[in-house]
Design a protein. Sequence first.
Length: 420
Amino acid sequence: MLDSLLTMSKATHLECSLCHRRREAGRIANLCECGGPLLARYDLETIRRHWRRREVGHGPASMWRYAPVLPPAPESVTSLGEGWTPLVRTRRLGARVGAESVWVKDEGINPTASYKARGLACAISMCVELGIRKVAVPSAGNAASALAAYAAAAGIAARVFVPRDVPQVNYLGCRACGADVTLVDGPIGDCGRLCAEFCAAEGWFDMAALKEPYRLEGKKTMGYEVAEQMDWELPDAILYPTGGGIGLIGMWRAFDEMEKLGWIGSRRPRMIAVQAEGCQPLVRAFQENEPRSRYWEDAHTVAAGTARPPAAGRLSGARGGPRQPWRGSGGERPGSPGRGRRAGLRRGNPSLPGRRGMRGRSRKTVAFRLSGGRRPHCALQHRIGAEIPGSLRDALSANRRRRTGQTRRPDHAQMSDHPF
Ligand SMILES: Cc1ncc(COP(=O)(O)O)c(C=O)c1O
Ligand SMILES: [Zn+2]
């Protein structure tokens, strides 16, 4: 039964999250004409009849264990083993922050060292299915690394637009996988604009977050995993280091789908979006009770990946569309209590709440760690089967020798051959 589910076209159609217009699945698509992001929809009734939650455990130890609710056909799947990351019970941390029990979902062990691997594995698999051969993405770093790796694994050309001060590990990872890297003198918003202009002019496919429907599908598997790993009982609270909020939206979608599949009930965790002081567009939107977030000027934070000033305003708050999950989830406001956020950042982890924030409120809490810092690019190289460009080999081994941290920058001038 499961086999026949896997071979049928699983996404029945794409639906605009703003105007709800439907379009055929299995076609190349960016945004709707109205500017709304498109969402993949499934025949969950049929899937429900053929796929029981007890069967999920027979699937692979990766996010593809949820293949019946992911769009690519099995023969299109490009996987480097992403997902099915550990949910680690922390005994002392829970006691310290006043929660009865805290689990950490460690996304850092994904193939490209962040949860971005999930979204891009799914989206690149769909590129394989739809015959897309040239893809580009704007990124603060982690999505660029993931796009470069999955595109290389699929034999697709990749170009990334990243800020000039992109973390070294991302820059080298992209180059090692053969992607063209365009360094942008400006913040992530400028990268998005340049990427869109480049794609329009040169006919490349723009894979910016929410500009195509399939990255979100990969990310939603975090929600399925949390449920399965907690024996199909959702936690009381989820803490999420938030940039655009895409991961939260993805998980919220997963909870809805699982309810329709009859796997969980209607209870939802409080979704707590944690943003650093230097870039809080969603916290501000929530505090001001605005349905959409506004651009955050002069974004800065040491929490790499979360400085995302334009945020996911386009998708959130739309009537009937996927709501901002933190609004519909029981009233926890995004952002973390000041002391906690600072303390968390000092320890290099923005996702830990302060004592005040959690005491007596949430019994079971899941905190996400979305990226894991360094990862040896060469290990990935073997899985992808791509050649490391000669000029990079020395730089990579020098990098390994120096054991530089996430904040050290590569000598871009020496290594880049980008046109800008
Ligand atoms: C390490 C890290 N944390 C948090 C985020 C923000 O993620 P989201 O857009 O799902 O809120 C990102 C991605 O941009 C990231 O790379
Ligand atoms: Zn629309």
